[in-house]
Design a binder for this molecule. Structure first.
Ligand SMILES: [Zn+2]
Length: 201
C-alpha cells in the first residue's frame, strides 16, 4: 500500500505508475487528472509543439507509422470489418447525413455528438460536462489531422469501457492522440509527448 501525495488516499501499489527509483508519488487517477487539466490549460502550446515536433521529425515519424500500419494491417482490417457489421445502421445514417452536408460543415460538432451518443448507451455523460470544451478538443483533433499526415483521434484517457473502471465522456477525460496510441492502450507514448509534457509553461 502507498499513500498518494495528492489525494492522500492509501491505495494498492498497482494504483501507482512505476518510475526508475520506485513508484510515482501521485496515484494513477490523480496523475491522469493532472495531465488532462494540464492539456486544457496549455492546449495551444502543446498543439503548437506537437505540430513543430512533427514537422521537424516528419521522415522518422511517418516511417514509424507506416511500419506500424504494415505490421498491424490484418488486425486493423478485421477490426474494421467487425466494427462495420456491429455499427452498420449508425454508419449508414451517418453516411446519409454526410451526403446531406451536415457533418462536413460541422465536423468537430458532429464528432463530439457521436461520442456523446456512444457514451449515452453506457450512461457516461455527466450533466456537468462542458459541451464547448468537448467540441474544442475535437476541433484540436481536426487541427492535428490538418497539419500532420498522421491520423489523430480523440481518446478517452480512462476508456468508456474497461475491465475495472468506466471513464466518463467529459472534457477532463479526453485528449488528442495519434491513431496508433488510441488503438493499443498498452502504448501511451508517442514521439515528442514526454518532451512536450515536461516543457515549462
Ligand atoms: Zn491520488
Amino acid at each position: 500500500m502507498k499513500t498518494c501525495s495528492k489525494c492522500k488516499v492509501t491505495k494498492p501499489k498497482a494504483e501507482f505508475s512505476k518510475r526508475l527509483d520506485g513508484l510515482q508519488p501521485k496515484c494513477k487517477a490523480c496523475a491522469n487528472a493532472w495531465r488532462a487539466a494540464h492539456y486544457l490549460e496549455h492546449r495551444e502550446t502543446i498543439l503548437a509543439s506537437a505540430a513543430a515536433y512533427y514537422i521537424e521529425n516528419k521522415v522518422e515519424i511517418d516511417a514509424a507509422h507506416s511500419a506500424y500500419r504494415a505490421a498491424h494491417a490484418e488486425e486493423k482490417a478485421a477490426y474494421n470489418t467487425a466494427y462495420y457489421f456491429t455499427n452498420r445502421e449508425r454508419i449508414r445514417t451517418q453516411q446519409a447525413l454526410y451526403g446531406a452536408g451536415y457533418c462536413s460543415e460541422n465536423p468537430e460538432k458532429y464528432a463530439a455528438q457521436s461520442a456523446k451518443r456512444r457514451a449515452a448507451k453506457l450512461q457516461a455523460n455527466p450533466a456537468w460536462a462542458d459541451p464547448d470544451a468537448i467540441t474544442l478538443i475535437y476541433a484540436d483533433c481536426a487541427f492535428m489531422n490538418g497539419v500532420t499526415d498522421v491520423r489523430h483521434e480523440v481518446d478517452h484517457i480512462v476508456p468508456l469501457i474497461s475491465k475495472h473502471v468506466s471513464g466518463l465522456n467529459v472534457e477532463f477525460n479526453l485528449r488528442v492522440t495519434p491513431e496508433k496510441t488510441n488503438r493499443s492502450k498498452g502504448n501511451r507514448h508517442w514521439p515528442g509527448q514526454e518532451w512536450i509534457m515536461r516543457s515549462p509553461g
